[in-house]
Design a protein around this ligand. Structure first.
Ligand SMILES: [Zn+2]
Length: 238
């Protein structure tokens, strides 16, 4: 299955939540919030991310972020008005609790499983020349956990990852979920190791440990609130 994410969803949901807060007089039901979000998502151009490269490209592109934000702001007031004036009949408008993000397409985002799985965070980092502080391309970055190389979610999330000028010397990993014998009450410790190899730079290794809680589902999208940003990795010229 290909990984595909409409990156707009998260931004739209945040703005919709804020829009309802700013307009306390309109119906605050979860149903109306969902309707507003869907209306907006159908009105603006979708932007899909299908790879690590795409994720890095978009994160780096602040002009695009601003455009998206403006586009949503321009349609939000009319969407709020339209949904409030035409509240869906036969739906529960008394339920105002609950998180819009959680109720939004949860089925496709998570696959419930019989056993427990470890879902890895999204890792993001950057390599630079220690002496010049310039970004470095053509660095092969590989990631392992507990001495095993981790497979990426799919072919779009390679391990090893090769840095490029295009992605601003950044690298990203999103390892595939793995089954575990443990359960929720027993978090597992993972010793991660990153190895940086390049023709022009000395090989460098970075190690860190993270405790991860087994979950009864696998995740089909990048949870941006579940990510590990690494400090800039400085490499020494050979
Ligand atoms: Zn409502």
């Amino acid at each position: 299955m290909d990984f595909l994410k409409n990156t707009l969803e998260e931004i739209v949901i945040k703005k919709v939540e804020q829009g309802f807060k700013d307009n306390p007089d309109i119906c605050q039901s979860l149903q109306c919030k969902k309707d507003v979000a869907v209306l907006i998502l159908n009105k603006i151009k979708p932007r899909y991310i299908i790879s690590a490269r795409g994720m890095l490209h978009q994160a780096a592109n602040t002009a695009e972020q601003k455009r998206i934000s403006k586009e949503i702001d321009s349609v939000l007031p009319s969407a709020l008005k339209q949904v409030n004036e035409h509240r869906r009949p036969n739906f529960d408008h008394s339920k105002t609790s609950g998180n819009l993000m959680d109720s939004f397409g949860k089925k496709e985002r998570f696959t419930m499983t019989d056993g427990f799985f470890i879902n890895f965070p999204f890792f993001l980092g950057e390599v630079r020349d220690r002496t010049t502080d310039e970004i470095i391309s053509d660095v092969k970055v590989s990631m392992s956990a507990n001495e095993k190389i981790l497979d990426g979610y799919d072919g779009n999330w390679p391990n090893p990852y090769e840095t490029s000028d295009k992605s601003g010397g950044k690298f990203a990993f999103w390892p595939k979920s793995i089954p575990t014998e443990n359960d929720q009450a027993h978090p597992e410790n993972f010793d991660f190791k990153l190895i940086f190899e390049s023709k022009k730079y000395k090989t460098k290794e970075i190690s860190f440990s993270i405790e991860l809680e087994p979950e009864k589902f696998t995740v089909n999208f990048v949870r941006t609130d579940y990510s590990k940003d690494m400090d800039i990795v400085a490499l020494d010229p050979k």
